[in-house]
Ligand binder design. Structure first.
Ligand code: PGA
Length: 249
């Protein structure tokens, strides 16, 4: 039985005061959690929120990371720094990083390795655009994104990773993939990993992301290969996120 993971990707939202209220509400509701809950606030808030989460079961993650360990990389933050301020996870390869900041598969693979290099858990995002889905190349795209990481990190690395399938057309659009669409791609991802190592494939936690909300969470999480969610907009509302977590648990 794979333990569900619920990750909240706050993106570039929040203030110190708003964060404190949101985190308070999540901590209050988290006692019964039968899943791993992780929140991913903007970098500047990680330290403070990490302090607030201390002694709570909620994990802390970053939304991105630099592939380099240290040095002259103005504006960047290393995996070791994320660990130093209390992170346990880092998202790599989010479609907004791929699209808006031109991150390619090779860079995402290096970020994945950097994150594992300091014993943090990478949440690797993969997913196709609307155009790619309409052209019928969804599996080809997801395979390419996965294989780029497998080539650099190796199959064993997936025993210590989480993968999130996030169809780009479903992110922030209010238009989620149907449970059947999500399940089909999740099964494809698991099969691809299992072909290299059946045990790792079986244990790999696969999250769905893209317009997850309390109203659609249960039917998505009911799918056999959907082990939780990567939640954007709905993770900014405490009651909504708590209900989504409950649907996963
Ligand atoms: P959304 O974002 O839930 O707002 O669609 C998901 C994500 O980008 O991780």
């Amino acid at each position: 039985m794979r333990r569900p993971v619920l990750a909240g990707n706050w993106k570039m939202h929040g203030t110190r005061a708003e964060n404190a209220r949101l985190v308070d509400a999540l901590i209050e509701a988290s006692d019964e959690a039968r899943c791993d809950v992780v929140i991913c606030p903007p970098l500047v808030y990680l330290w403070e929120i990490g302090r607030q989460l201390k002694d709570s079961p909620i994990g802390l993650g970053a939304q991105d990371v630099c592939a380099e360990a240290q040095g002259a990389f103005t504006g960047e933050v290393s995996a070791a720094m994320l660990k130093d301020v209390g992170c346990g996870y880092a998202i790599v390869g989010h479609s907004e990083r791929r699209q808006l900041y031109r991150e390619d598969d090779a860079l995402v693979a290096r970020k994945f390795v950097a994150v594992q290099g300091v014993a943090l858990v990478p949440i690797l995002c993969v997913g196709e655009t609307l155009d790619e889905r309409e052209r019928g190349v969804t599996e080809e795209i997801v395979a390419r994104q996965l294989d780029a990481v497998l080539a650099v990190a190796g199959i064993a690395a997936f025993a210590r990773a989480v993968v999130a399938y996030e169809p780009v057309w479903a992110i922030g659009t209010g238009k989620n993939a149907t449970p059947e669409q999500a399940q089909a791609v999740h099964a494809f991802i698991r099969a691809r990993i299992s072909a290299r190592d059946a045990m790792i494939g079986d244990g790999l936690r696969l999250l769905y992301g893209g317009s997850v909300k309390a109203a659609n969470a249960a039917e998505l999480f009911d799918q056999p290969d959907v082990d939780g969610g990567l939640v954007g907009g709905a993770s900014l509302k405490a009651d909504e996120f708590v209900r989504i977590c409950a649907a996963a648990a």
